[in-house]
Design a protein around this ligand. Structure first.
Ligand code: ZN
Length: 486
């Protein structure tokens, strides 16, 4: 649909990056043309003319803006982003070569403020936090794959002291390095993960139980059982929660070696990588502690796989939660088999969904468009055109652009996937009624905020907007009952 000049001017005033590429704004007074997202001063509407392409703007005699680089965007090139992505790949491959944030700044060639801004914008994190995660990943790999002493593992990954290594390792994995190393022992089917202090377990259990008729997962008291895939094989995962720790067990067909995968899955479900205390401190600084009151330890549980989030984001659009759950159950029953005698289904593979025809899903009450989008997306994955495993390693900017190219995914679903499955910490699912209702209540507004107001109200929560979203979703819900409160 063609946009009117008034609509384009409105998006240009809002610096709305989601409209980049859909039009270009020529500024007649300065003779330059810009992306909608450009942060340069906004001219009056009478001094503006809109163009469908860069070429049209150039033919009119305008030059590309040196702040927002519209030609680079149109070509798909983004030199600044590429520089930061290359730097991040280097940090992740060899964290031991970067002693601290200063070393990252030196290597980048940018100034300190600019580097922090670029890390926040493109990776939703700080250089220090990204370096820490890179060191932890290097250490985890070394623990599983080598027999090196733990002290050497810590040093090789770039940790300066053994105590800081142990502390961070426990915080993000819920295990000691020694216990984590045992996951590599063949036949390991049981281990324990310590929960972070003040963990909001009641909220997690409520989220996991949101479809009481689910065919892939069930919550019984403080026990959670789910059909999952570990290293591409169907498995039944059982989590027995205690007040401070969770006991993880799983059964899996075939040979061993799945315990590290099970650990990674459970750490994601628990949201261990999310910095809940930092978000709580931010709300205090903003004078908005009421957003987190009573659930300071809340994390955003990650879906079992990126494909789960992708299918859920397509299924859940424009319908209510019970109907979305019903469609999801029907898809699972149609495209996957129950796991032995557990009574639970494994989630369907992209291949199984790709093999369906839209006509298979229409009798299950899928709309023709929804069925088509779902099967098309599954085909992109099964044909290797969309690498879901690789998405989380990309920059947030690149992941967002990749997902936005998929038919059926708009800004809401893309942000939903990025926050629920790729672990990006600074996303907002724009247009989400839970978010707008939450903001209306939090700021005591008379009406629900529109897209621009939502953007403005969410801005102060950066770089923790995913956690802000998680709290807004809970704000109007009754507090769940803590299973261990006496
Ligand atoms: Zn510009």
């Amino acid at each position: 649909m063609r946009m009117t000049d008034a609509q384009m001017y409105d998006r240009f005033l809002a610096s709305d990056a989601s409209y980049n590429g859909r039009f270009f704004t020529g500024v007649l007074t300065t003779g330059i043309y810009c992306l909608p997202s450009c942060k340069a001063r906004k001219p009056k509407p009478e001094n503006i003319r809109f163009f469908p392409t860069c070429e049209a703007a150039r033919e009119f005699g305008l030059r590309p803006c040196l702040k927002c680089h519209p030609d680079d965007f149109e070509r798909g090139a983004d030199p600044v982003l590429e520089t930061i992505e290359t730097l991040v790949s280097e940090i992740r491959a060899t964290p031991q070569n970067f002693s601290d944030t200063r070393a990252i700044v030196r290597r980048s060639g940018f100034g300190t403020t600019r580097v922090f801004e670029l890390f926040r914008q493109h990776f939703h994190t700080t250089p220090a936090d990204l370096l820490l995660q890179a060191r932890l990943n290097a250490a985890k790999n070394a623990l599983l794959a080598t027999a090196a002493p733990i002290l050497a593992v810590a040093q090789d990954a770039g940790f300066e002291s053994q105590s800081s290594f142990h502390e961070h390792f426990r915080q993000f994995t819920g295990m000691t390095p020694a216990a984590y190393r045992k996951l590599a022992e063949p036949g390991t089917r049981r281990f324990e993960i310590a929960l972070p202090k003040n963990y909001s377990l009641a909220h997690l259990l409520r989220t996991l139980a949101r479809d009481p008729h689910s065919v892939t997962e069930k919550v019984d008291g403080s026990t959670y059982t789910a059909g999952v895939r570990l290293n591409d094989r169907p498995a039944v995962l059982t989590l027995r929660f205690g007040p401070q720790a969770v006991e993880v067990r799983f059964t899996c067909a075939g040979p061993g070696g799945s315990a590290p995968a099970a650990h990674a899955l459970v750490a994601n479900i628990l949201g261990l990588a999310q910095d809940a205390p930092a978000f709580v401190r931010l709300t205090r600084r903003l004078g908005l502690s009421r957003l987190v009151a009573g659930r300071e330890g809340l994390r955003l549980p990650q879906t079992h796989s990126v494909f789960d989030a992708l299918t859920w984001a397509i299924i859940g659009q424009q319908i209510n939660l019970p109907f979305a759950c019903l469609l999801r159950r029907r898809l699972i029953e149609r495209a996957s088999a129950p796991i032995s005698d557990s009574g639970l289904h494994a989630p369907p593979t992209p291949e199984a969904v790709a093999a369906l025809d839209p006509a298979d899903l229409l009798p299950l009450q899928f709309s023709r468009r929804k069925a088509g989008c779902l099967i098309d997306a599954a085909r992109l994955v099964s044909e290797g055109k969309l690498d879901l495993a690789q998405l989380a390693a990309l920059s947030a900017t690149r992941a967002e652009r990749t997902l936005l190219c998929i038919r059926g995914l708009g800004p809401w679903s893309v942000n939903y996937i990025m926050m629920r499955a790729l672990g990006f910490g600074d996303c907002v699912p724009y247009g989400d009624t839970g978010v707008t209702s939450g903001l209306k209540a939090l700021f005591k507004l008379d009406i629900r905020p529109d897209a621009d107001a939502t953007r403005r109200l969410m801005e102060p929560f950066s770089p923790h907007r995913s956690l802000a979203t998680a709290h807004l979703w809970q704000l109007l819900q009754p507090q769940p009952i803590n299973p261990f409160k006496t």
